[in-house]
Each structure stands twice: as structure tokens, then as C-alpha cells.
Design a protein. Sequence first.
Length: 515
Amino acid sequence: MRTRNVVRNSTYSIASYFLIVLTGLISRRLFLAYFTVEFLGYEGLFSNIFSILSLAELGAGAVITYNLYYEMTKGNKEEIAKLMVMYKYIYRIIGAVIFVIGMTLFFFLGIIIKDHIVKWQYIQIIYLIQLSATVSSFFFAYRRVLYKTNQKEYVFIRIDTIASIAVNLIRIFIIVNFKSYILYLFIPFISNLLANIYVSRQSNIDYPYAREAHVSAEDYKKRNFFKDIKNFMVHRVSHIVYSGMSNIIISIFLGIGMVGMYSNYILIKNHVRILGDRFLQPLQASIGNLVYSDEPEDKKILIFDALDLLGFFAASFVSVSFFVLFQPFIRIWLNETYLLSLLFVAMLSANAYVEWNSIIIGYYRDVFGQYEVDKWYMAAAATVSVVLSVTLAPYWGLAGIMAGAVGGQLFIWAGRIRFVHLYYLNISPHKYLMKQVIRVLVLILEVFSTYYLAGFFRPSLYGFIGRGLTCLIIPNLVNYGIHHRNKDFQQLKVYFSKSFSIVEEALIRFRKNRR
């Protein structure tokens, strides 16, 4: 049943996202044709500011979510209802706090933005629209967690897909016909609000028992929420500092225009990550169910090793592709004016490798509590990231800031490795670490061989397709050659065999229904 739900969620996710990416890329291309890159800088900068404001959440959502995984597995409707009511009250308070802090910061924007190409009132309107979008999510989006923990993400993926494609098409129309950045920014705010309201109402139908429950202060104490939130607070603060400071540092050291240039690369990186998440994230609910199941320890270790190998396959393919394809893609999609340095691309690719290679172990970590165990790894990640970024930015520019991100990502990964091995698998992480050293050496071989072979293709659209095929073949061929005989790969084959059978059954049912 777990495999069936994973495949169903992944199929809906991947099929839909290609349309979103295509319309989004067209929208960004037209945006840069009609507006200056500084507008992207404002948008990225404010997004970072609001991610820092979300510190007010303090990790309450994560604490409640990991409790929901357990209760969903047990089918405890009464407890699920109580957790959701707690979630609602907490998020409403958080939304109000963020609104107050955001309005206070409104009067200090001049300290952060040193250079601006439009009237100051225009920038303030941009800020207020993005603040409204951030605050509204705390009042409606929280009910999505019911579908996530019950392995039914496809329910809200459908509405999100329709909304995202509609937003991109309307944005294209606005750019060409009205050339209004305010309208351009306002459309996704309205769309997300309507989508969240729809999902909220649908959840009331699908989970009527989770609408109301009597909750007291004693309920919060009994579940150790405040203790868990206190321990997770270090995680939350560290994650926000790690992920939310880059645009602010760029704006201060390199200017708002460079934030816009940086955002083009990050847009592609994020599209690829979201696509990967839509393929892999349905595994998280299955992992949550597995963790709290009665499966024998040796089977849990076997499944972990197999999924971790899948994470490495994805990480090596993505990082090699980034290094080989990013610059040619920017030339085709935009033009050479928007190219950043090859050193920056190398740092971005390294960051992508660490990020993707730690996805699976991150999924395992997320279904547990005990945030006190690895909280100082998270604190170290934030500190290293900011210190390296600020230190290297004057010398390496954007590449230095991305190098800081790589350093921070390594500490996050280390904390996850230690936790999962000592508190779930109950084995030493030394063998795992040696495996990672070997995988890095394999990655280096794949990067250099792919980059060398891709160099034979000319800088054109057909050349880009040739480079893409090279990226598809070389790293995956090397990985297959090295791993196809080991037990982790054999377990993956079993999983994919089940997955293909489920997809085949779904296609047969679809054809029958059409008749």
C-alpha cells in the first residue's frame, strides 16, 4: 500500500510540474524583456526577509507534523482532531505576530535597500503585497498537512497545478499588455489564497472529524509541545538564517541588481529541486509509516540503504547536469548578459550535490522529534554559512556566497547522518561516511568525463540537446556500472518493479474507463 501511494503521488506531481516549469520560464523571459533585473532583486530580497520573519513559527508546524505521522499510522481520529485544532490556533497567533513585525520593518526598508531605480512608494507597495501573501498562508495552508501525512498529496497537487499554470499564463498576458509589475506580483497572491481556501474546505469534507476538538493548555503540556518547540527552535532559527540570508548579503555587498541576476540561477535550481521533491517527497509519508511500524531492524536498514543509494543517483545526475548545462541554458533562455561566473556554477553544483544527497536521510530525520540531539549541528550550519559568505563575498562575489551555502549544508548533513544512524538504525555511521567518500570520488570522475565529452558540442540548441543527452548517459552509466551488483541496487530494482506494475495497472484502468 505504501508503494502504491508513493507512485500515485509522484505520477500526479511530475506530470503536472512540467507544464508549470514551461509557462514559468516563458513568463521570466518576457519579464526580463519588459522590466529591469532589479525588480527580481526586490522580489528575492523581500522573500528572504519574510522567511526570516517566519522564525515566529519556531518549528511548531514540524513538531505537530511528526506527531500526526504517528497518529495517522494508528488511525487515532480523536488525537488527529486535537492536533489540527492546536495547529490552527498556533498558526493564527503566528500569522498575527508576523504581520505586526512585518509592518514594523516596513519603516526601516531604507536601511536594507541602498539603491533603487523606481519611486520609493512603488517599492513599499511591492513589500506590502508580499507581506500579505506570507501572512495569509498561516491562516489557510496548514490543513494541507492532513493530506501529506496520509499520503494523499495528489489532492492538493491538482489544484496547485491548475493555479500555477493559470498564474503563469495570466502573468504573460499582463507583461505583454499592461507592463504592470504590481499586477504581475498580485496575481500569485490571489491564486495562492484561493487554492489554500479550496484545500481547507476540501479537507473539511475528507476529514470531518478533524474540524473541531476541545483543546486546553493541559493538552499542550501533556504532549511536550513546549519542550519540543524549545529544542526545535535552534533548528528553525538556524535553518532560516542559513537559507534566508543570501539575498540580504548580496544586496548589502553586491547590490540589488546582482540579487536579480542570482535569482535566475536559483529559479532553475529551485524548479529542479521541486521536480525532484514531487518524485521523492511522497516517500516521506511512507518512511514515517515505516519508522513507526513493526518491521524487523534488518529490513529497515536494507530499505534505508536502498533509498539512500537512490538519493546519490539523483544527486550525481543533478550536480553533473548543473555544471555542464547551466551556462548553455542561460544563453539560450535569456542571453549572455545574464551569465554568472563558472566558479559560481561550480559552487552551485557542489551545493546541489550535498543537498540532493542528503534528501533521503533528511526525510528519515523529519519524522522524529528529539530535536535537542542535532540542534548544534544546525546552529553550526547557519554560523558557517553566514561567516563564509560575508568573508568571501568581497573576493569571490556570488561564488563566495554560494561557497558559504556549501559549508553550511555539510553541517546539516552531518547532523542528520549522526541522528539517523544512532537513534534509528542503531549502528555506527563510520561505514556510511566511508561510502560517502567513495561516492564523492565517483562524482568527480563523472563531472570531468561528462564536461569533457560535452565540450565537443557547439553552443547551439542542438548542441544543448547533445550536452543534455551526455549528462543523461554518462553519470547514470557510471553509477550503474559501479552499483548494479550490490544489494542496495537490487532492493531498488524490487521497488521500481512494484512501481512500474502499479503504473501499468493505472494505465489499464484509465483505458477501460475511456471505453
